[in-house]
Design a protein. Structure first.
Length: 254
């Protein structure tokens, strides 16, 4: 068992964005993983700033979001000797949350299957609109959204939104109306750009004024490049356990 003294630390990213790191006690035997295999990122919990973007979604433009570098979510992969193949950015406003992912280094087009969303090329985003990550089981405020780069349409080559229940949840979040979720995927050289907007109606309990902190986690999957996660990998039950998620701090900068 590893015990760490809780401490809050402030750091700045290369772009000047401030984030907080909280060191916490972790009960390692819960996951039955040898100490030598524990990722460094498991030992810290980061509060990521999610910046305000007034004019999203841009429904009359080819691009839904067009988020700048300041909106990028750095997963600090280098801490565990890893490199990223996807650039992930998040933004919010009173209408909902925007997700932008640029995948690079591909040779083949994306492949998707609506029956196996977590085995398809695309992104899974977990969100807890109450930000309460003290429990190991999901509540009705915890959501699991899949944004597939392919798998929709008659030829299975169109983007597709899928929402799934979270295993072992104490209560299931309401399912969003898929027609309300905006999703756009554009092929780029060596990859694709995925943009999505989750309206507030798709997020049970979404209330930035009263609850500006969300719990969140993501994975980007690619049949060629593998899997990129926000922190720990498949050896940890992050898909079912909200206590492993990070904090998304909604900040208003405009």
């Amino acid at each position: 068992m590893l015990h760490l003294r809780a401490a809050d630390v402030k750091r700045k990213t290369a772009t000047g964005c401030e984030f907080s790191i909280q060191l916490e006690t972790r009960n390692l035997p819960l996951y039955n993983i040898p100490m030598s295999l524990i990722p460094h990122r498991f030992l810290v919990r980061i509060a990521y700033p999610c910046r305000y973007a007034k004019n999203i979604p841009r429904e009359e433009d080819e691009s839904l979001l067009d988020l700048a570098e300041a909106y990028r979510i750095d997963n600090y992969a280098a801490m565990d000797g890893q490199t990223n193949f996807a650039d992930v950015r998040l933004a919010w406003n009173e209408s909902g949350l925007g997700l932008q992912v640029q995948v690079k280094g591909k040779e083949a087009p994306p492949v998707g299957n609506p029956d196996r969303p977590r085995g398809s090329d695309g992104v899974t985003l977990w969100l807890d609109t109450r930000g309460d990550r003290t429990f190991h089981r999901a509540s009705r405020y915890c959501h699991q959204f899949h944004f597939l780069a392919a798998g929709g349409g008659s030829e299975k080559d169109e983007p597709l939104f899928v929402q799934s229940k979270i295993n072992r949840a104490l209560q299931d979040a309401p399912f969003a109306d898929g027609d309300d979720v905006l999703l756009h995927v554009e092929a780029t050289k060596g990859g694709y750009l995925l943009e999505a907007f989750l309206p507030a109606t798709a997020l049970s309990g979404f209330d930035p004024a009263e609850h500006p902190q969300l719990g969140f986690y993501y994975t980007v999957r690619d049949l060629e490049r593998g899997e990129q996660t926000l922190s720990v990998g498949a050896d940890f039950p992050f898909a079912d356990d909200p206590s492993l998620w990070a904090t998304l701090q909604m900040v208003r900068t405009q």
